[in-house]
Design a protein around this ligand. Structure first.
Ligand code: F6R
Length: 598
């Protein structure tokens, strides 16, 4: 959460503001910058979205050649200008992403030493502590190192110090950070796509490497690190970030799924998945959070049905607190779009400590989870900016489907003709997603109807139960309509008590072996006068009378790829409901894209 950026360049505010725009997915409760201008640090902050900061800056005539910036997702202290970063103490200004767990005793000590605090944040102790050590005649590097040695928790810090020599420093512990050497400047940021557009060479610092950036060089300055920084080429992630012709990133990302699934289906490098010895496994555990957890839940059905491997699924924030038993021939798979989710990372480290074989499925190739797992496969969704995950979900499913075909092949549990059929089915994904998207206007009518209600229940059966959960999560995230999902058979065991004219029920009802059972569940809903919404096969309409704005027709879909196709109307539904209610679909309240705190 929170995005940090720093630049040493001519007119440094410009690349910092451009970078903050690309980091806003990490939080948008407030933003701020500190710039070194005429040998003075000037700090400007604003509550709310970045545009508010830009407006404030447009009224002032400042610039400089060293600047740090921050976009905040509030943890300690409410969203306000006072709590916005950067935090400054004397000639030290700091932007921070992460949590300083022991900030209270440090703050108390600093207050005793005569320091005054303005914010309720944990971060403000950092510039105060550095300032304290500078006042004891330490060098800038010594003051930072002494401060860092006292901090507990996770952090990525951008530190601007004004002095005889003014410098920008970067350092991290368990939080994402990347440094770049550009043609026109030197940069640091939480995410490579926010770096200056001239950044050809990048470097991902390791924990506690203190790096100094100035106009001449970028170098390590820990006393113990007597080596040069080894930069790697930047694939220029920043160019991939634009809305194109769409009104929101989320809409663009939903429509991008046609091409992405087509590309994944024609990727011939299936042999990379054979590095996993599925034959030797007797159990798989899949660990993830949120949407990635629902992808894991679908994968469980596939691995068990087609490869006969027992699969356990776990929510990452729970995994390491329940004494999981890790078996000898077990593979622990960690699914994370960002590759930085704190709970998933902690679960990965726990599993590694217990000697589990680990595999990461990530969208961000150089992320911490990708770097730390024994095996890593990318999902190739490209940068996902909309906070509510869409294309990353379908790409996670696509890679799981491919892995499952590999597992089925190695374990020969199903016949080779069936395996061939699975591959052929997968190749149809792109065309079927396109078919669904061609009827998006039909979903708009349904969404406008559903958006009148304050609550909704989502029902699915079998492999579509996780899709019902994912649909409910999408809806509540961006429209703020309260939505819960159930396996349809569970309805009569409790939730049915909620049904009346004000509780709409949305059912995913494709044509498959469970359709008849689902029809009985639908009748139970109808009998309680709950408004019905169905995303399903055309044949459903022969049994139930539905208006245009209550039904979205699914094309005929092969069983194995049902989840990949059925989630698309769910994404559209959430998008159009949120739009009908006038919500900001890309930046829903209280959320952030990369959840780097536990
Ligand atoms: C929902 C959503 C979240 C994430 C979750 C895990 O739309 O995006 O539920 O799926 O925070 O994030 P990653 O996949 O980055 O670990």
């Amino acid at each position: 959460m929170c995005g940090i950026i720093g630049a040493v360049a001519e007119s440094a505010i410009k690349p910092v503001l451009a970078g903050l725009g690309k980091l806003e997915y990490r939080g948008y409760d407030s933003s701020g910058i500190s710039v070194l201008s005429n040998n003075e640090i000037q700090t400007i902050k604003a509550q709310g979205q970045l545009n508010n900061l830009k407006q404030r800056l447009s009224m002032q005539d400042i610039d400089g050649d060293c600047c740090i910036g921050h976009t905040r997702w509030a943890t300690h202290g409410r969203a306000s200008v006072t709590n916005a970063h950067p935090h400054q103490c004397g000639q030290v200004s700091v932007v921070h992403n992460g949590i300083i767990e022991n900030y209270l005793p440090i703050k108390q000590q600093l207050i005793q030493w005569g320091h005054h605090f303005h914010s309720s944040t944990d971060s403000e102790v950092v510039p105060h502590l550095i300032n304290h050590y500078l006042s004891q005649q330490m060098t800038q590097e010594e003051a930072i190192e002494k401060t860092i040695a006292q901090l507990k928790g996770s952090y990525a810090l951008g530190i601007l110090i004004n002095g005889v020599n003014s410098n920008l420093y970067a350092i991290k512990q368990d939080s994402p950070l990347v440094i770049s050497q550009g043609n026109n400047g030197a940069y640091m940021a939480s995410d490579a796509m926010a770096l200056g557009s001239d950044s050809e060479k990048i470097y991902y610092p390791k924990d506690n490497e203190l790096i100094k950036l100035n106009s001449n060089e970028i170098k390590f300055c820990n006393k113990s690190l007597n080596k040069k920084i080894h930069f790697i080429n930047n694939s220029n992630a920043s160019e991939l970030v634009s809305k194109g012709e769409h009104s929101s990133y989320m809409e663009k990302e939903i429509f991008e799924q046609v091409d992405l699934l087509n590309r994944l289906a024609s990727d011939q490098q299936a042999n990379k998945y054979s590095t996993i010895d599925f034959k030797a496994l007797n159990k798989i555990t899949i660990i993830a959070c949120g949407t990635s957890f629902y992808a894991a839940s679908v994968a469980k059905f596939w691995f068990e049905k087609y490869a006969n491997i027992s699969v356990e699924i776990d929510i990452a924030s729970e995994y390491r607190y329940r004494s999981p038993i890790i078996m000898k021939n077990e593979l622990a798979i960690f699914v994370s779009q960002s590759g930085e989710t704190a709970d998933t990372l902690a679960a990965l480290r726990y599993a590694k400590d217990k000697n589990a074989q680990t595999l990461a499925l990530v969208n961000v190739a150089n992320s911490t989870i990708a770097r730390e797992a024994s095996f890593t496969f990318e999902i190739f969704a490209g940068p996902e900016i909309g906070v509510a995950s869409t294309k990353a979900f379908s790409c996670q499913l696509a890679i799981f489907h491919k892995l499952c075909i590999e597992a089925a092949t190695q374990r020969a549990f199903i016949k080779s003709a069936e395996i061939k059929q699975l591959t052929l089915n997968f190749k149809q994904c792109s065309i079927l997603v396109e078919k669904v998207l061609q009827h998006s206007t039909q979903m708009q009518a349904l969404a406008v109807n559903l958006s009148k209600y304050a609550n909704a229940l989502f029902l699915g059966r079998g492999i579509l139960t996780p899709i019902a959960h994912e649909g409910a999560l999408k809806l509540k995230e961006i429209s703020y309509i309260h939505a819960e999902a159930y396996a349809a058979g569970e309805l009569k065991h409790g939730p049915i008590a909620l049904l009346d004219e004000k509780m709409p029920v949305l059912v995913i009802a494709p044509k498959n072996e469970l359709t008849d059972k689902l029809l009985s569940n639908i009748q139970e809903v109808k009998a309680r006068k709950a408004p019905l919404f169905i995303i399903g096969d055309a044949s459903i309409k022969e049994h139930i009378d539905l208006q245009e704005d209550q039904f979205f027709e699914l094309p005929a879909i092969p069983e194995s790829i049902l989840p990949i196709i059925s989630v698309i109307p769910m994404q559209l539904l959430a998008l159009y409901c949120a739009k009908a209610l006038g919500k900001n679909v890309d930046q829903p309240r209280n959320l952030a894209k990369s959840v780097t705190v536990e």
